[in-house]
Write a protein that binds this ligand. Structure first.
Ligand SMILES: [Zn+2]
Length: 385
């Protein structure tokens, strides 16, 4: 598990994410607000053609929307689907509107309320005490309840995911800015983002830490979108029950990724000197002893992502680290520095040459196995202790 809260890049990405999506969501709110005004106006007009003209002209020119988008948004408030442009007159008859949306005055009030809290929702972060955050969310869910039928069109994860417009904000740009090259849940799989120009090649999956079905208003929230690998997101987490009381988000405080630690236990002498892989690898809670909630959350992650079982597959790498200790009497890094004095290797550079991984905790997000490597190396090489 790699903590993201202390990475330099995340604040930049947060700012860009909130700025970009606030504009997108507010534009959507403005469209719905206009639709309500229009319906009120056109319901006063009896000529069908006039109704069509009014709707199309104002939505198209006022919001620069494609016909397909206009049709989708207009259909979202109705109980019947608008299939052709000449069916826009269906809007004018309020009995065609979804029952929950027929109170236009309250609907406008809820849209105004949402307009005010868009930024809050996009950067909503669970932090202690979690209960106060839950109360705020419950309050918002109640206040915005009227918008439930059109919520997915206003706070649209799909629109964000599929946004290919030049200058548009999407998961590729978010992941690129985060510069996260390994999955924070497992630190075992590369999650590079590769894109050039408008060509999107690959990116990490975005896991909704709290599922969309549970907190739909958080579906675009920065802290709820965790770039992660397919195994952690789809194979393991998927529909499992996750909450801030049972699991740890990578955006919660986890200084130097110390809340969990890797240990290895050799089963025979040869394994103890790294000559075979007969060992068990354990991952344990390493936070404050008296913090039972934190312990439960960290252990919840270890179980959820099956970290012990998954890492057991990598005993060969642990054995290599242990072997290096016994080859050099605990001074492997020093021996490399002394062997090539002209290179003037720093401890960090020598470590990287030896273990093919990063030494400093800020760089752990750049390569798989960085956390395991450092934990095991620290536990067997005296020079780190
Ligand atoms: Zn993963």
């Amino acid at each position: 598990m790699i903590g993201l809260a202390e990475t330099v890049e995340y604040k930049k990405a947060l700012k860009k994410h909130v700025e970009s999506l606030t504009t997108v969501v507010r534009n959507r709110i403005a469209v719905y607000s206009d639709i309500i005004d229009l319906v009120y106006e056109i319901s006063q007009i009896h000529l069908i053609e006039k109704r069509n003209e009014a709707v199309i002209k104002r939505l198209k020119t006022g919001h620069n929307l494609k016909h397909s988008t206009i049709r989708m948004l207009l259909s979202s408030v109705l109980t019947v689907k608008i299939k052709k442009q000449n069916q826009y007159f269906l809007l004018g008859n309020v009995s065609n509107w979804q029952i929950n949306l027929r109170d236009f005055k309250s609907l406008k009030k809820a849209l105004n309320e949402l307009n005010i809290v868009v930024g809050d929702l996009l950067e909503f972060k669970f932090s202690k005490p979690y209960s106060s955050k839950m109360i705020y969310l419950e309050y918002l869910n109640k206040e915005l309840q009227l918008l439930n039928p059109i919520r997915k069109y206003i706070f649209s994860y799909e629109d964000f995911r599929d946004n290919r417009k030049p200058g548009g904000w999407n998961p590729y740009k978010l992941a690129k800015l985060l510069n996260l090259k390994t999955c924070p849940y497992c630190n075992r799989v590369y999650t590079n983002t590769i894109m050039f120009g408008s060509k999107h090649v690959t990116r990490p999956q975005l896991d909704h830490f709290i599922p969309q079905s549970k907190e739909p208003w958080l579906q675009l929230s920065f802290y709820n979108l965790i770039p992660s690998c397919y195994v952690c997101n789809s194979d393991l987490k998927d529909a499992q029950k996750v909450s801030y009381y049972t699991h740890l988000s990578p955006y919660e405080e986890n200084k130097n990724h110390q809340l969990m630690v890797f240990e290895y236990w050799p089963m025979n002498y040869k394994a103890s000197i790294g000559k075979n892989e007969k060992m068990s690898i354990s991952i344990k809670y390493n936070g404050p002893l008296n913090d039972n909630l934190l312990r439960k959350k960290v252990e919840g992650n270890i179980k959820l992502f099956e970290l012990q079982k998954v890492y057991s597959e990598h005993a060969d790498q642990v054995a290599e680290i242990v072997r290096k200790k016994h080859m050099t009497s605990d001074k492997y890094i020093e021996s490399i520095q002394n062997t090539f004095p002209k290179l003037g290797l720093t401890e960090s550079e020598a470590y990287r040459l030896v273990f093919c991984n990063y030494f400093t905790e800020e760089e752990f997000k750049l390569r798989p196995f960085s956390k395991m490597t450092k934990d095991i190396a620290s536990s067997v090489l005296k020079e780190f202790s």
